[in-house]
Design a binder for this molecule. Structure first.
Ligand code: PLP
Length: 470
């Protein structure tokens, strides 16, 4: 499989291993497969057996094989087996499914080491990166900024790996105690936590400033594992197939996806284009509804930092959806020149894109948004009806799914993707139902462990000094 930039105007393509370690394409676009592989009924039938016999890792190998042709099959299989070893997950099914009493399904994506769905992709990157770096005889320093889930997921996936170091910036004192402990309790010489005396945007600006120094970036071999990385999307495609195979006997399903950067649901879009019977993709936002607005109106208007609200589903507090360009590229029939014009010139200049005249009806997307009170009411109703606790992000998905089902906008069965365990967001759960969410035994007492973190001011020279001294 060859890959091409969303903004490409030439027939220039690259292999999987080349784009694995890259972020943006040189023209500023995002990589996509030249065309999506398709999956027919016979393949789905075979994969049903693979999932039953070889588990989630076996299915992951089947799906990834369609996108990767420059890693020997035996190596790729071993990589998938390590990434999705049942012992690494709270449930050996890796992505189990369950049904609520009103018929709604949940696909549980948060059984990994940091109990958020980011692990599903990061665990695969944690195998792919060291493999590819070793093959090339190279090393890499991953520099990132996190407001919570991504940083800890990356650190847990890359700890103790040869050839990879992680320097992660987080806003000092602004994550929950549990989130801080998940990162800072890691005791590994290759993992460096920097608590920045500022907000998440300051952390992101520091990462951008370091990357803007091309000479420094090349000398210290700085890389990233952010949500635009193609391999993360590829890993996420797998669980749409797994959930469908576990729930459907052949008929279509709809998926409801709590969304922020459009990474999770972009994988669903690709699975649908590959031929998986998905009727609707239900995009759920919180109060930060830039994507809901787009799917209702066709107008994509990015928000400023001041307009971005801090909500009780914080991992969806985004002003600009970094993966959205991929969907638009497909919508526009992969017209690279037009995508470059829209995302390279018009969006930065005008802050919005008007695609209201473009036909979006075939995409399967519908959308809705949720507010704090909806989240609390949904957590409460699900608890009272089923004695099931869901986290605030998952609650946004359940709320929007229930509303669109009631309106008749969406046809069932609907599968809501559960994106985190409630233990990560205990305060909101207590506010909703007065119950402290259960804590998996592996996390007992993590807040009391010694903390490995260095506090720094908002100063790019301090970040560079830390990297240079590694
Ligand atoms: C990252 C995250 C999301 C949003 O996913 P995107 O891929 O950014 O759309 C939703 N819920 C949780 C818990 C997350 O960590």
């Amino acid at each position: 499989m060859r890959y091409v930039s969303t903004r490409a105007t030439t027939a220039d393509t690259r292999g999987f291993s080349d784009i694995l370690l890259e972020g943006l394409a040189p023209d500023g676009g995002l990589y996509l497969p030249v065309e999506y592989p398709t999956v027919d009924d016979a393949t789905l039938t075979r994969w049903r057996t693979v999932l039953a016999d070889e588990g989630y890792a076996g299915l992951a190998f089947e799906v990834c094989s369609l996108f990767v042709d420059d890693i020997p099959a035996d190596d790729l299989r071993a990589i998938c087996q390590r990434a999705y070893a049942p012992a690494k997950y709270l449930d050996p099914a890796v992505v189990p499914v369950s049904q609520l009493s009103d018929g709604l399904w949940l696909a549980h994506l948060s059984n990994g080491p940091t109990v958020a769905f980011k692990d599903m992709a990061m665990q695969l990157l944690g195998e792919l990166f060291p493999y590819e770096l070793a093959r090339r005889g190279e090393t890499l320093t991953i520099l990132g900024a996190t407001s919570g889930d991504t940083g800890s997921s990356a650190e847990h996936a890359l700890k103790g790996r040869d050839g990879v170091r992680v320097v992660m910036l987080s806003p000092a004192d602004r994550m929950t105690a549990f989130q801080q402990a998940q990162m800072y309790a890691l005791d590994d010489p290759n993992i460096v936590n920097l608590a920045v005396e500022g907000v998440f945007d300051d952390c992101q600006d520091l990462v951008k400033a370091v990357n803007a120094d091309a000479e420094f970036k090349a000398r210290h071999r700085i890389g990233a594992v952010n949500s635009i990385n193609w391999a993360r999307l590829m890993a996420q495609i797998v669980y749409y197939f797994a959930a469908w195979l576990r729930i459907s006997e052949g008929g279509p399903l709809s998926f409801a996806v709590p969304s922020g950067n459009f990474g999770n649901i972009a994988a669903g879009h690709i699975a649908r284009r590959m031929g998986l019977p998905i009727r609707h993709l239900v995009l759920a936002t919180n109060e930060n509804d830039v994507l809901d607005e787009f799917f209702r109106t066709g107008i994509y208007r990015v928000r400023s930092a001041e307009e971005t609200l801090a909500t009780s589903s914080p991992s969806m507090d985004i002003s600009k959806a970094s993966n959205f360009e991929r969907f638009v590229a497909d919508l526009l029939g992969r017209d690279g020149a037009l995508v470059a014009e829209l995302f390279g010139r018009r969006l930065p200049a005008e802050g919005s894109l008007d695609l209201s005249a473009t036909d979006r009806s075939g995409s399967g997307f519908v959308s809705g948004s949720s507010r704090h009170a909806d989240r609390l009411a949904t957590i409460r109703a699900t608890w009272e009806q089923d004695r099931v606790l869901i986290d605030p992000h998952t609650a946004d998905g359940v709320h929007v799914a229930r509303r669109l089902l009631a309106e008749g906008t969406v046809a069932g069965p609907v599968v809501v993707l559960e994106t985190a365990l409630p233990v990560k967001f205990g305060e909101t759960i207590i506010e909703a139902v007065g119950v402290t969410p259960p804590r998996p035994a592996v996390f007992d007492g993590i807040e009391d462990l010694p903390r490995h973190v260095r506090r720094i001011p908002v100063d790019v020279d301090e970040v560079k000094a830390v990297i240079a001294a590694l």
